[in-house]
Design a binder for this molecule. Structure first.
Ligand SMILES: [Zn+2]
Length: 198
């Protein structure tokens, strides 16, 4: 049976690695198919996310197919730095904080969470991971322009910078496949909270 366009759109994203096995990013299956066809894929891991069926091979008389795997290692540039601090996005931040307000501890949908600067920007606070937490609108509004201790608020967990592997997992939170998670999880930093429930 032919897959519909909608089914193709729901194919999970493929985790691309460099040739040394460092995670690089998430790619659409069509981009992965292009890498396979250009013979840039050196090795693969994990299950097949999609099998593309082609014509009949003249050499073998069999139907040609291409299996696209969940994790692919490709030729090309090696990711030199795995230490650079990833930029903060709301999706990754809320996933790091387990979709909880870091002040009251309540669990919220992403649309109900905000980005709180622990030291407000107006008071010299930075836009970096260690100064930013997920907060519900109520807590963020109550805290306003104050530091937590100035309004008797306490963080339920210490904010941290996710490393490159954890950041990729956080960016694809909710859509990540088990083998992709296992691969990335082994590379999380020691301080990561993504392994455990908060
Ligand atoms: Zn709250």
């Amino acid at each position: 049976m032919l897959a519909t366009l909608d089914q193709f759109e729901r194919v999970p994203r493929v985790l691309r690695l460099d040739i040394a096995g460092h995670p690089v990013g998430w790619i659409h299956w069509s981009k992965a198919a292009s890498l396979y066809s250009r013979e840039l894929v050196r090795w693969t891991m994990g299950d097949t996310v999609l099998r593309l069926i082609g014509g009949i091979s003249k050499a073998t008389g069999k139907r040609i197919h291409l299996d696209i795997h969940t994790i692919i290692s490709c030729r090309g540039k090696i990711v030199r730095s795995q230490r650079a601090e990833p930029s903060v996005t709301n999706a990754a931040l809320f996933a790091r904080d387990h979709h909880r307000c870091m002040y009251c501890g309540g669990r919220f949908a992403d649309g109900a969470l905000t980005r709180d600067h622990i030291t407000p920007k107006s008071r010299g606070g930075t836009d970096r991971w260690q100064n930013i937490v997920a907060a519900c609108r109520r807590c963020n509004h109550f805290k306003g322009n104050r530091l937590p201790h100035e309004c008797a608020m306490e963080l339920i967990a210490v904010p941290y910078v996710p490393n490159a592997a954890e950041h990729l997992a956080l960016c694809n939170s909710g859509r990540i496949l088990a083998d992709q998670w296992d691969f990335l999880e082994r590379r999380f930093g020691a301080h990561s909270r993504s392994r455990a429930e908060l």
